[in-house]
Design a binder for this molecule. Structure first.
Ligand SMILES: [Zn+2]
Length: 161
């Protein structure tokens, strides 16, 4: 069968590793809100969406306000800088489970003009100097395609303290 799954289960360092191939042909529509957000990223711009009722600006944007359940369609460009809200540095490498080699960092960055933060990788940073409130900016990949990874990572703004 074309979509046959072959699994191998083995143990490594106390973890069970599942390996196989799953072929699942599919077509996925991102939806109107995510499509517009991703199109913005393709243009190296970050957009949020503002709730007309409670004025909350959500990034990434959503179709419905999680605070007052209002329907959203008021787009606003945010950034280009933001503030690091929180972060974690990963010190454990497992190349079979995650493509990045440790240490690497993730953070939640609240873009200027936004009320919610977006989770992303942190790069070009001294991980020991990361702290809440650090000013950050997005680094886009060379040829954006219209998806979340058009932002390669966020980096501290030069001179930020
Ligand atoms: Zn609202």
């Amino acid at each position: 069968m074309e979509n046959e799954t072959i699994l191998e289960v083995r143990e490594k360092d106390g973890l069970l590793i599942l390996q196989g191939v799953i072929r699942v042909p599919y077509t996925w529509a991102a939806g109107a809100v995510a499509s517009r957000f991703y199109a913005g990223l393709r243009d190296r711009r970050i957009y949020g969406i503002r709730c007309p009722t409670c004025r909350l600006v959500m990034v990434p944007p959503k179709k419905t306000c999680h605070r007052c359940f209002g329907d959203l369609n008021d787009w606003v460009e945010v950034g280009p800088e933001g503030t690091l809200q929180t972060f974690t540095v990963v010190h454990y490498s497992e190349p079979e489970l995650h493509p990045l080699r440790a240490p690497f960092a993730y953070g939640i960055i609240k873009m200027d003009g936004a009320d919610t933060g977006m989770t992303h990788l942190i790069g070009e940073a001294d991980q020991r100097a990361l702290k809440e409130g650090l000013r950050m900016t997005a680094v886009f990949r060379d040829k954006p395609e219209g998806n979340y990874l058009d932002i390669r990572y966020f980096k501290p703004v030069k001179g930020a303290k």
